[in-house]
Ligand binder design. Structure first.
Ligand SMILES: NC(=O)c1ccc[n+]([C@@H]2O[C@H](COP(=O)([O-])OP(=O)(O)OC[C@H]3O[C@@H](n4cnc5c(N)ncnc54)[C@H](O)[C@@H]3O)[C@@H](O)[C@H]2O)c1
Length: 355
């Protein structure tokens, strides 16, 4: 490191870039030294708000800044791969927003660049650090659930299309709709809690019933009514894993889904017990004396997930550790997403090989 504190550059001053700045400002061992956004006034505004010394109107200039040790990439999905590959090639560590890339080919190029650079590439999946989810993971690690053989995960936003007509709803810029936007979080969390089995086959369908009619609009992102919508607004998939388990994944940005919670959910069914996470509540279930016994799982602390994630990134850089949200996990998620889109297009099951 060029200085005792990790010198961090933020690429993308939008909604998520701002959240990362907040987390890095609170973290020890790092400081936000520069910010870049292709819309310079926003980068300037964030710099003023947070006292960031250097501002660029182009990410290239930030990548060329030799004072910067690590970058956070929080720009539309289309740009993740080129920026991450270049940052790694220039010897910078990368904290990369989800999804890893617009598709698995681009994700693979990032994973390869990370491997050859020897630098840290960490995916930004803050849900793994949520206190409740860490408490659930501890129960699983303690052996209370046993082998998870069936899982059901998803997130039904009923009226939540983000930034209609902006990059969010364009296939060429986002790679897809809710599946790649919020489905990737649920996929990542489920596979992590299941012990990272490898996906072997995928069957899925996607639908667009609201977006093309300009209905189901939510509050995240800024709409561009001169733009367009060519992604799904609901996806449903079944993923088979190499340990014999199945994972069903269902997500929507907009849906007529009466009775289903708006909250993200993961239900894990294991040989010894089961765990359900629905929003901020988690339940452990097992059978005793032929009775169903349910108990609540409570978080063990109140640590903020994004601050913990940021600390993990700084530690991985400092200690040369592989992040738990590794390049391989990001690539695996992208492979599954691609397979769901392909299955929807072709109507066939998609087999995944891992040579
Ligand atoms: N982890 C999470 O919970 C979470 C939440 C929201 C968004 N995200 C991810 O963060 C990324 C950005 O999402 P957002 O909601 O902040 O979007 P946003 O539209 O609010 O911000 C994106 C910013 O990137 C800038 N930009 C666009 N292209 C650029 C380029 N080539 N170089 C530099 N700047 C560029 C835009 O001007 C804008 O300010 C996406 O990948 C999204 O999936 C993650």
């Amino acid at each position: 490191m060029s200085n005792s504190n990790l010198q961090v550059g933020i690429i993308g001053a939008g909604a998520i870039g701002n959240i990362h700045i907040g987390a890095f400002v609170k973290a020890e061992g790092a400081e936000v030294a520069a910010i870049a956004d292709s819309y310079l006034p926003l980068a300037r505004q964030r710099a003023e708000e947070h006292g960031i010394g250097t501002v660029y109107g182009n990410p290239q200039e930030l990548l060329e800044d030799t004072n910067i040790d690590a970058v956070v990439i929080g720009v539309p999905n289309q740009f993740h791969a080129a920026l991450a590959v270049e940052a790694l090639g220039r010897g910078k560590h990368v904290l990369l927003e989800k999804p890893m890339a617009i598709d698995s080919g681009a994700a693979r190029s990032i994973a390869e660049a990370a491997a050859s650079s020897g630098k840290v590439l960490m995916m930004s999946h803050q849900m793994r650090w949520k206190a409740l989810n860490r408490a659930v993971k501890a129960r699983i690690d303690a052996g209370d659930v046993g082998q998870v053989y069936n899982a059901k995960a998803g997130w039904f936003r009923k009226k939540g299309i983000p930034g209609w007509g902006s990059w969010f709803t364009r296939k060429d810029m986002a790679g897809g709709g809710p599946l790649i936007d919020i489905g990737v979080h649920m996929l990542d969390l489920s596979l992590y809690l299941m012990g990272n089995p490898k996906p072997v086959s995928v069957y899925g369908s996607t639908y667009a019933e609201f977006g093309p009619k300009r209905e189901g609009i939510g509050t995240w992102g800024t709409p561009n009514w001169d733009g367009y919508y060519d992604v799904e607004d609901l996806a449903s998939a079944l993923i088979k894993l190499d340990n014999g388990a199945t994972l069903s994944l269902e997500v929507s940005w907009a849906a007529h889904a009466a009775g289903l919670p708006e909250d993200p959910f993961v239900h894990l069914m294991g040989a010894k017990g089961g765990v359900s996470i629905v929003g901020d509540k988690s339940t452990y279930v097992t059978h005793a004396d032929n009775e169903v016994v349910e108990t609540e799982i409570a978080p063990a602390d109140a640590e903020d997930e994004r601050e913990l994630m940021t600390r993990h990134f700084i530690e991985c850089v400092r200690d040369g550790k592989e992040p738990i949200t590794s390049a391989l996990s990001g690539y695996t998620n992208n492979r599954i997403l691609d397979a769901i889109y392909e299955s929807s297009r072709t109507g066939n099951e998609v087999k995944l090989s891992w040579n």
